[in-house]
Write a protein of this length. Structure first.
Length: 259
């Protein structure tokens, strides 16, 4: 069985840090120049996103948009794309996913997943063709995107922890490719009374995983099963009363998810 080591690179250029991980059976054969060049490009791209979307950056396009300016939608393709994605997400989730807080547009939840997918597809996937790199991952907050070199038996390990006791492990997923998002914070204007404490979604991309984990918290115990079935979702719910509930491709034990 191949023993893997993990190279971790953290980029602090946004409100939340981005962590790149490379899985390698032999770090000595990796072309460090390729890795360094890739990290430099990712770092520059994240800096660009900071100029557009950071709430901590007073000159960002998001802050200007919140202040009433419409120009960000006209001058920035990424800003416009994220805005359109938030509208689609709200409609698809019947507004259990929301991007407005305190009367202001704030796409930060969906944004993490969107940025991860953009960076991952543009810069990280190609590293799997490099000698010595069998797996790549990119994490921001509770969202992570993963991939493995084709035709090898390597899987990323993703641990899901108890929302109340972070030292307790609830579940472990072993994935070759895909994305995982976990939400335990209510971020929507539309909420149902519920005992759901945490929702984890596994998807092909970080954007969808992010949207549905957030929507699941808001839709609650009675309403979320409808979305699980309709959109063939996979993941796990932590409910205060009924405990853990797993679902796969839209199927779950709905009896355990009643109020």
């Amino acid at each position: 069985m191949t023993e893997y080591k993990y190279i971790s690179i953290v980029i602090n250029k946004f409100d939340l840090p981005f962590e790149i991980k490379l899985a390698t059976p032999d770090a000595s054969v990796i072309d460090q120049r390729v890795v360094d060049n890739t990290v430099a490009k990712i770092s520059e791209k994240i800096r660009e996103y900071d100029d557009e979307f950071s709430l901590e950056n007073s000159n960002s396009l998001l802050n200007k948009f919140q202040g009433g300016e419409e120009t960000p939608l006209m001058i920035s393709k990424p800003f416009r794309e994220v805005y359109e994605q938030t509208i689609t997400a709200e409609q698809m989730t019947q507004h259990y996913f929301s991007s407005y807080f305190n009367g202001k547009y704030d796409p930060i939840g969906l944004l993490n997943g969107w940025m991860i997918d953009e960076i991952f597809n543009r810069y990280l996937i190609s590293l799997l063709s490099e000698d010595g790199i069998d797996g790549v991952s990119l994490r921001c907050g509770e969202d992570v995107r993963l991939a493995s070199r084709p035709n090898i038996d390597f899987r990323w390990r993703v641990a899901i922890k108890d929302p109340k006791k972070l030292d307790i492990l609830l579940a472990t997923y072993y994935l070759q490719n895909g994305a995982v998002s976990t939400s335990n914070e209510m971020r929507s204007l539309r909420n149902e009374k519920s005992n759901i404490e945490q929702v984890t979604i596994i998807s092909n991309n970080a954007l969808d995983a992010n949207i549905w984990s957030s929507a699941g918290i808001s839709a609650g115990t009675a309403k979320f099963p409808m979305f699980i079935e309709k959109y063939h979702l996979t993941g796990m719910i932590v409910d205060k009363l009924s405990g853990m509930e797993n679902f796969r491709d839209g199927y779950s034990n709905k009896a355990a998810m009643q109020k």
